[in-house]
Design a protein around this ligand. Structure first.
Ligand SMILES: Cc1cc2nc3c(=O)[nH]c(=O)nc-3n(C[C@H](O)[C@H](O)[C@H](O)COP(=O)(O)OP(=O)(O)OC[C@H]3O[C@@H](n4cnc5c(N)ncnc54)[C@H](O)[C@@H]3O)c2cc1C
Length: 349
């Protein structure tokens, strides 16, 4: 069987890139081992245009968010699901200084279009600790990544566009005429392997600095907020009193096993947020494909131009992947240039 593209990996990167190529009429095969839940599936799926630490605009948020929302809306329509939630983030202040800083940046600074007026108390004051006040972040939301990836996987399987197996790099045969993997031939092969890319022999020198992240699933009775709540940690309402809490950052332990340390870290942070009791239902961990310079790693192999990589989505795959999937697809098809900031040739040249 011959394909235009083999895409290795069906996290958010492989999902969005394969979808974009399919929309352009390409014949695509997606290969994913499904050995364990990937980083995309356990992610909270939040997109936030503001970096809270400095109250600055998140990298290119004003360009990335509209493209992301448009792509996910198209996927929702085609797949017949609801996965994108345009939800305001309620930033709850931890200190007077933080609030004063927000009030300054609201009127002056690159994030000002995303920072709403501060308020003394939120409507959730019986449940959350918001005595220093809070404010809304505009143009934010979250994607139900687990749902989108699972329904898209069914769509791929139903159309014979999916292989559920590990792509062994040594099995790839590269000749002048074709790329061959088992019984499959393809014009091009793009790796979207997330954190596993560090063992990819074609792209082994790229400067990934992987980060482990952990999250909790909790139940809070009788609380149905309209906002995503943020106070040192995100609290995201999913459904039926079920919330996701996240996330931790660990650069040393790169196993994807949930730890007591991760749990305690999140429980400690929740003490500053919640006034009410909650029950922990689940805990999960995964590895984020973060990069030394905090920018994606996209492009074609310096010598073998039929093999490429679409990775390095870091902590913000939901927001970043759609814009650059579009750009990469145009690069692959029409030879249009990739942004310097994301092109792997910043490291391979
Ligand atoms: C706790 C936590 C919370 C997060 N919260 C957010 C958030 O709120 N918002 C946000 O935007 N981002 C968040 N992230 C980051 C987000 O998860 C990443 O940016 C994103 O998931 C990266 O997607 P990916 O497709 O590159 O990698 P992955 O999701 O890891 O997918 C890679 C896929 O490739 C497959 N694969 C790899 N190698 C092979 C092979 N050889 N053969 C076959 N298949 C292979 C794997 O099975 C996997 O399915 C969070 C991450 C964590 C851990």
């Amino acid at each position: 069987m011959h394909y235009d593209f083999i895409i290795v990996g069906q996290g958010i990167a492989g999902t969005v890139l394969s979808w974009t190529l399919l929309q352009q009429g390409k014949k695509v095969l997606v290969v994913d081992s499904r050995e364990k839940p990937n980083s995309s599936e356990i992610a909270l799926g939040i997109y936030n245009p503001v970096v809270f630490k400095r109250m600055t605009k998140s990298w290119r948020a004003d360009e990335l968010i509209p493209v992301a929302e448009a792509l996910y809306t198209d996927m929702e329509t085609a797949l017949g699901i609801k996965a994108l939630h345009r939800n305001t983030i309620l930033k709850v202040f931890s200190s007077r200084d933080e609030r004063t800083f927000w009030e300054k940046k609201m009127h002056n600074g690159e994030a000002m279009n995303f920072l709403d007026n501060t308020k003394e108390q939120s409507q959730y004051t019986s449940v959350i600790i918001d005595d220093i006040g809070s404010a809304d972040v505009l143009s934010s939301g979250w994607l139900d990544t687990a749902k989108l990836l699972s329904v898209y996987r069914k769509f791929l399987r139903g159309n014979n566009l999916l292989r559920t197996e590990k792509f062994e790099h040594v099995q790839l045969v590269v000749t002048k005429e074709k790329l061959m993997w088992n019984d499959i031939t393809a014009d091009r092969l793009i790796f979207c392997e997330g954190g596993s890319a560090t063992t990819n022999p074609f792209f082994k020198n790229l400067p990934f600095v992987l980060t482990k992240g952990e999250m909790l699933t909790i139940r809070i009775p009788d609380f149905l907020p309209q906002h995503i709540i943020s106070k040192g940690v995100y609290l995201l309402y999913e459904y039926d009193n079920i919330f996701k809490v996240g996330a931790t950052y660990d650069w040393d332990d790169l196993s994807d096993i949930p730890t007591e340390k991760g749990k305690l870290d999140l429980v400690e942070k929740l003490k500053n947020v919640l006034k009410v009791e909650y029950e922990i239902l689940d805990q999960a961990a995964a590895i984020r494909p973060t990069v030394k310079d905090r920018r994606p790693l996209i492009g074609l192999h310096p010598e073998e131009k039929r093999i490429g990589i679409f990775n390095g989505m870091g902590t913000k795959g939901v927001m970043i992947a759609p814009f650059f999937a579009k750009q990469f697809a145009q690069h692959l098809e029409k030879g249009l240039s990739l942004d310097k900031e994301v092109n792997i040739n910043r490291f391979t040249n």
